[in-house]
Design a protein around this ligand. Structure first.
Ligand code: HEC
Length: 131
């Protein structure tokens, strides 16, 4: 009886730990989505403050992608962690470019960069989660 109890306590704490990891990832991702919406609002309302807020929070959240340990499909040779780090850098660069170009009034470039950013989000999801 004691053994069963111990085993179930152990199992539930392992599950809890696994759950926590994913929850952090999901929180990061949801914040990224909010940041992207904020950036889009800045574009639509032509409001630098809104755009800047979105860029700042996006760049902060990107810091958490770096530490991602993504559950890989074991059948493929793909270093998800390395990929995540590379993507984080690329997204961060695009984010700072968007801010600068918006300040300089280069709206078309900003739109292209925004789309490129969204593409990178979705590409990672397709690779890592098969979405
Ligand atoms: C390097 C890979 C990677 C990049 C880049 C990435 N994501 Fe994700 N995203 C993930 C993974 C992995 C999940 C699934 C999380 C899980 O289920 O543990 C996810 C899930 C999500 C979800 C769903 C969260 C939920 O509640 O189910 C949203 C929204 C999201 N990402 C938004 C974004 C946005 C916006 C960007 C770009 C700014 C982005 N992601 C870039 C890997 C990435």
């Amino acid at each position: 009886m004691k053994k069963i109890l111990l085993a179930s306590i152990l199992l539930s704490s392992v599950l809890l730990m696994a759950g926590n990891t994913d929850k952090t990832q999901i929180n990061t991702m949801q914040s990224l989505e909010v940041s992207m919406s904020q950036i889009q609002k800045g574009l639509l309302y032509n409001h630098k403050g809104m755009l800047k807020k979105g860029i700042t929070s996006l760049r902060t959240e990107l810091g958490n992608i770096k530490s991602f340990v993504i559950h890989n499909d074991k059948s493929i040779q793909f270093n998800a962690h390395e990929y995540a780090q590379k993507e984080t850098k690329a997204l961060d660069m695009i984010a700072s470019r968007i801010l600068q170009d918006f300040k300089d009034g280069k709206k078309e470039t900003v739109m292209i960069d925004y789309e490129q950013m969204l593409n990178r989000c979705v590409t990672c999801h397709a690779l890592v989660r098969r979405w």
